[in-house]
Design a protein around this ligand. Structure first.
Ligand SMILES: *[C@@H]1O[C@H](CO)[C@@H](O)[C@H](O)[C@H]1NC(C)=O
Ligand SMILES: *[C@@H]1O[C@H](CO)[C@@H](O)[C@H](O)[C@H]1NC(C)=O
Length: 400
C-alpha cells in the first residue's frame, strides 16, 4: 500500500495523466478554487459554487478516484467551453453512467454544500498551507513548481515491494532523496492582460441591482493579468512575494496616489464606475487592484495600471459598433467587435432575470504585456471566445 498522499487542487487536466500512471495508488483531495474572475457577476460565482458542490457530491458518492476524477475532468472540459453548469454536469453523469438522480439529491438536500465546506476547510488547513494551484504535496512536502514531476516524488516515497510500473519507467532519473526538494519562489507568469468591460443595461437586468441612471456605454470592470492558460495570475502573497518591494496593499496610499492625478481621478468614476446601487467606486478599484494588479507588470506602478486601463477604454468605441435593441449571434458580435479592434474579443453572456433571454453581458479585450513604458500595444485575439452562459458562436443574444 502506497503511503504517499498527493494532494491536488485543480486544474484537473493534469489529473488524467496522473491517473493513467498511478490509478488507485494515490489519494486526492480537492479544494475549492476560483478559476475565473468576474466583475460583479454574482451569478457566475453561484454557478461555480454549484459545480463545486456537484463535484463534492460525486467525490463522496464515488470515492474511487478513477470514477470521480473522470467526472470532474469531464465537467472541467465542458466548462472551459462555457456550457451552462446544469447541462454540463448532467451530460457528464450520463456519459460516465454516474446516476444523475442521486447526485441531484445530494445537491438539492444541501448535503453537497456541507461537503464542500468541509473540503474547503481541509484545504484551508493544509500544512504547509496551500499557496497556489495546482498544489501538490507528497508526504507533506510541497512540490512547488516541480509538481509536474510528481511521479518521481511519489516513487521515491514508495516503500512497498511492488513498485508501480510508472516508477520503473523512470527509475533511472530518480534523485537520491525526496527531502532535498528545491522550493523555487513562485513567480506568477503574466502572459497577457484582459480588459474586462461590462454592458450596463445587460448586467443591471441580470445580476446587479444598479444605481440609476444606467449608463449605455461599455464600462470598465477591470484589467486582469492572466497566465498562458487564461487563468488569473494570483494576487500578491507576502509568503511568496512576486515582486519587491511589497506593492501598495492598503486603501489610503492608493487613494492618495490616484487622487493626486487630477485627470485620472476625474475620469475614473465615468469610465470605471461601480454600477451597484450600494457600491463605492473607490472600493471597486481597490478590490480590482488587489486581485488583478498586485502581481502584474504594474505591481510597482499602480498609477500606470489605472491610467492604462482608461487609455485602452478611451481608444474604443463606446458601443463597439453594436446597435442597441438588436439581436445577434455570438459570432456576429465577435465579428463586429473584430472590425473595430482588429482582434477577437471574448464574449460573456448573462441571462435576463425575468425573461431568461441571453444578453451580451461582458466583453473582454486581450492585450499582450505592456512595453517598458507601461503602454499597451494593439489588442490580440483572445484565446477563449466564450464565457459565462453562452457556449457557441450560434447562440442568440440580445444587446439591450
Ligand atoms: C476545519 O478543519 C480543522 C483542521 O482540519 C478542524 O480542526 C476543524 O474542526 C474544522 N472545522 C470545521 C468547521 O469543519
Ligand atoms: C485572429 O483571429 C482572426 C479571426 O478568427 C484570424 O483571422 C486571425 O488570423 C487571428 N490572428 C492571429 C494573429 O492569430
Amino acid at each position: 500500500m502506497l503511503k504517499s498522499i498527493a494532494r491536488f487542487t485543480t486544474p484537473f487536466f493534469i489529473l488524467m495523466y496522473i491517473l493513467s500512471l498511478l490509478t488507485n495508488e494515490v489519494q486526492f483531495l480537492f479544494g475549492v478554487i476560483t478559476n475565473y474572475s468576474f466583475c460583479n457577476n454574482v451569478q457566475h460565482g453561484e454557478e461555480e459554487r454549484h459545480l463545486n458542490t456537484i463535484h463534492s457530491c460525486v467525490i463522496h458518492l464515488w470515492p474511487d478516484a478513477k470514477e470521480h476524477l473522470e467526472f470532474i475532468r469531464c465537467t472541467e472540459q465542458q466548462s472551459l467551453k462555457g456550457a451552462p453548469v446544469e447541462a454540463l454536469w448532467k451530460g457528464c453523469s450520463e456519459k460516465l453512467r454516474l446516476n444523475e438522480e442521486i447526485i441531484n439529491k445530494c445537491y438539492t438536500a444541501g448535503f453537497g454544500y456541507k461537503l464542500l465546506l468541509q473540503y474547503a476547510n481541509e484545504t484551508a488547513h493544509l500544512k504547509p498551507p496551500q499557496e497556489y494551484v495546482p498544489w501538490v504535496v507528497v508526504n507533506n512536502q510541497p512540490l512547488g513548481q516541480d509538481f509536474e514531476n510528481f511521479v518521481k516524488y511519489v516513487c521515491q516515497a514508495y516503500k512497498g515491494d511492488h513498485k508501480p510500473a510508472a516508477c520503473n519507467a523512470q527509475s533511472s532519473n530518480l534523485s537520491p532523496t525526496i527531502y532535498t526538494l528545491p522550493q523555487p519562489p513562485v513567480i506568477p507568469v503574466v502572459d497577457f492582460y484582459k480588459l474586462a468591460l461590462q454592458w450596463p443595461p445587460s448586467v443591471c437586468s441580470s445580476t446587479l441591482n444598479c444605481k440609476l441612471p444606467i449608463p449605455t456605454e461599455f464600462k470598465i470592470c477591470g484589467i486582469w493579468a492572466q497566465d498562458a492558460h487564461d487563468m488569473p495570475v494570483p494576487p500578491y502573497n507576502a509568503r511568496k512575494p512576486c515582486t519587491y518591494p511589497q506593492p501598495i496593499l492598503t486603501r489610503p496610499p492608493l487613494q492618495q496616489l490616484l487622487s493626486g492625478d487630477i485627470a485620472l481621478w476625474n475620469q475614473l468614476p465615468t469610465l470605471w464606475p461601480d454600477l451597484v446601487l450600494i457600491g463605492s467606486d473607490f472600493e471597486f478599484w481597490f478590490k480590482e487592484w488587489m486581485k488583478h494588479g498586485t502581481c502584474s507588470d504594474f505591481a510597482q506602478h499602480p498609477l500606470s495600471y489605472f491610467q492604462s486601463a482608461l487609455q485602452l477604454r478611451t481608444n474604443l468605441n463606446s458601443a463597439m459598433g453594436l446597435t442597441r435593441g438588436s439581436t445577434y449571434t455570438v459570432q456576429q458580435v465577435v465579428d463586429t467587435v473584430f472590425r473595430f479592434i482588429g482582434a477577437s474579443p471574448q464574449i460573456s453572456c448573462s441571462k435576463h432575470k425575468r425573461t431568461n433571454v441571453l444578453l451580451l453581458g461582458e466583453l473582454f479585450i486581450c492585450n499582450g504585456r505592456p512595453r517598458p513604458s507601461y503602454i499597451f500595444g494593439r489588442p490580440q485575439n483572445c484565446s477563449n471566445l466564450f464565457y459565462g452562459r453562452c457556449n457557441s458562436g450560434s447562440d442568440t443574444i440580445e444587446f439591450p
